[in-house]
Write a protein that binds this ligand. Sequence first.
Ligand code: ZN
Length: 323
Amino acid sequence: MTVLDLHSSLVRGRRAVEAYITECRDQLGEYTWDEEHATVRLTHAAHPVAKYIPFTRNQEGGTPTSSGTGADWLWWWLSSSGECFGMLVQAKNLKRVGRRWDVDLNYAKRRQIIDLLNASDLLKVPAVYALYCGDLAYRLDLTCGAGHTAGALDRCHRSAVCVLPALIASQLATFTALDSQGQAAIDAYQYAFPLEDLADNSQGTPFVDDLNLHHIDGELLEFLTQPQGMPRDIAKKIFGMVSRMRSGQFALAVSEHQRVGENVVVFGDLPADRGHFGVPYFDHVLRGLRRQPPDYLVAVANGEDPAPWLSRLVAGIVLFDAV
Ligand SMILES: [Zn+2]
């Protein structure tokens, strides 16, 4: 693997976050760290494959980003063909509160998660949490689930930085009203996917056994069932997480399709099924997979100032070379 390899860059990024969290623990005597700073460490360590473009905050005298935390970033995975996949990413820490775990999914009575989903609709990309889960010593009593092993290849070793689609987080949050044991946080950790695994080709590209597979044909069926290149693989893994949760929901699949901007997105004819998510989940994820980067991204990548509408929504952009 070279310094320019996406997977090895994400591994370096995750290790830098672990090192930062360990530094905080050593200096403060407890596990307290700042999620925005963790993102800086992650993206700097992943340079030059990752390029971190912060927007100057409040230059318009505006308000913080949609979440009110200033921790929302647009991540775009780029390829040389122009095809790219974007996601709106909000950083969240996995916190130990007394003897239980918490990820604050119900922050501000769910306003934050609703705002994040609304912002992702404006940006036409999926909303995703970057979960900063601390180092292994921090979560010795937490496992990645039924497949957990004591071996060095276990997922927990790679889980300091995980991704979790907001559609999944939103479902977990609805069950947290009586959640005195922090089960939603444990579920979030177990549903999440190590960031670096998004780019790990050795794990193969999974067959996504979606509930709507029999309503699908052509290129979309191929996408879900056959190996893909970058950045489609990343979109597919994010979609696969949502699709797995959909399979566990009792709502019946529906056969309606919806058509969306077919000259812009890679897949424009999609099942309209919502499951329990409240929105068509195919479109929510796959609208981020585009044939060419959007104009605002080209402008920012060329050094132009972000348009005010964009800097109001996100704190900055991270570009990843996904080739
Ligand atoms: Zn594990």
